[in-house]
Design a protein around this ligand. Structure first.
Ligand code: PLP
Length: 378
């Protein structure tokens, strides 16, 4: 059997190892140190285009911090785009608020603005829109809805590093945005995340809560007296370690190349998939730049996805479902039906997408997918 083509693959090497060595030599390995500060400055200016960035332990912790500083809590409802990794819904539930899932656009799979507006009740306090697989949601429409109803707006930009919406970078499209540096995302430190915002007060509050409820230790470095921090609010340890921040700095150097490579892969797929029956390529809208965290195709109604996946896997092509229909996850006890999300949850198939794929590999994936579709029909 030919070598297996991976679904996803991080791009890391000597540059990341050198960055880790530099952090070793700095002596500051724990979180919220000088390397995190350097990462935050570069992330805000080069990625999110926001006034502030806070490095966090992951995207889930960034979501939780964002919700806490925006004031979500018991009795509140937060509207969440349904089709997402359940970190989004979980983070709402962690605050004691209730996630209310909204159905999605059938083409780009982010929250349908009309469904969001229809889900608003007197208890609604805010909206979390997810940039699904990195492609930004409809932030102009969502902002208008939020303003009309006096709600805040968050962007789950977990997969969005390098994406744009009408020329504006992802991460700066809402009151607060959150990123993930998990190994399956476009840039990675294994685990990690970031919270971005233009609001200095929200940023400062999130920073305090991310280090147990006091100012980070680095703020007391070089004091000649003995400052005694006081805990007046319950915080968490949501820090990113400076080791991971070093890796992320090297990843930021790579980001333009990684994005260009993924875009090239998406172009090859689009061309080749046009000749394959029973499968639809993903849509990238003209007014936004898609960072292609994943490449997810939609199988026609009636195709046996399990059989297609089994064929691909047994022929050395990794694949997976897309992401989750949150409202179908028993943990939330959500009772309404969201037909678009439920349908795509059954028909989506993620095929290999990463920055190291060659044209020959993409060709093999599409050829094997074509065979798989024929075999699944038989
Ligand atoms: C990956 C992902 C998350 C979770 O990120 P972690 O860093 O693993 O917490 C949240 N939301 C979306 C949309 C994701 O894709």
């Amino acid at each position: 059997m030919p070598e297996t083509i991976a679904l996803g693959q991080p791009t890391v090497g000597d540059e990341e190892l050198d960055a880790i060595r530099a952090v070793f030599e700095s002596g500051w390995l724990s979180g919220a140190g000088p390397t995190c500060q350097a990462l935050e400055a570069r992330f805000a200016s080069e990625v999110s285009g926001t006034a502030h960035a806070l490095a966090t332990s992951n995207c889930g912790s960034a979501l939780h911090l964002g919700l806490k500083v925006l004031g979500a809590g018991p009795g509140d409802e937060v509207i969440v785009g349904d089709y997402t990794f359940p970190a989004t819904g979980h983070s709402v539930a962690w605050t004691g608020a209730t996630p209310v899932f909204a159905d999605i656009r059938p083409d780009i799979w982010s929250a349908d603005p009309a469904a969001v507006e229809a889900a608003i009740t007197p208890r609604t306090v805010g909206i979390i829109a997810v940039d699904v697989f990195g492609q930004p949601a409809d932030f102009d429409e969502l902002r208008a809805i939020a303003d009309r109803h006096g709600l805040w707006l968050m962007e789950d930009a977990a997969c969005s590093a390098g994406a744009t919406y009408k020329g504006r970078p992802a991460g700066g499209l809402a009151d607060i945005a959150t990123f993930s540096f998990h190994g399956r995302k476009g840039i990675t430190a294994g685990e990690g995340g970031a919270l971005t915002t233009d609001d200095a007060e929200l940023a400062a509050h999130a920073r305090k809560l991310h280090t147990y409820g006091i100012a980070p230790a680095i703020s007391r470095e070089g004091s000649t007296d003995l400052p005694l921090p006081e805990f007046d609010e319950l915080g968490y340890n949501y820090r990113l370690s400076d080791l991971a921040a070093g890796v992320m700095l090297a990843q930021l150097d790579r980001l333009p190349t990684l994005l260009a490579n993924r875009r090239k892969v998406a172009g090859w797929y689009e061309e080749l998939l046009a000749d394959v029956d029973q499968v639809t390529a993903p849509v990238a809208l003209e007014d936004r730049e898609h960072p292609w965290q994943s490449y997810v195709v939609t199988l026609d109604q009636g195709v046996d996805r399990g059989a297609v996946a089994a064929y691909l896997r047994s022929h050395g092509v990794q694949c997976n479902f897309g992401t989750y229909a949150s409202h179908l996850q028993p943990v939330y006890g959500f009772s309404k039906s969201l037909p678009v999300s439920a349908d795509l949850f059954r028909r989506h198939l993620a095929i290999p997408m990463h920055a190291n794929l060659t044209e020959g590999e993409v060709d093999r994936v599409v050829t094997t997918l074509g065979e798989a579709l024929v075999a699944a029909r038989a």
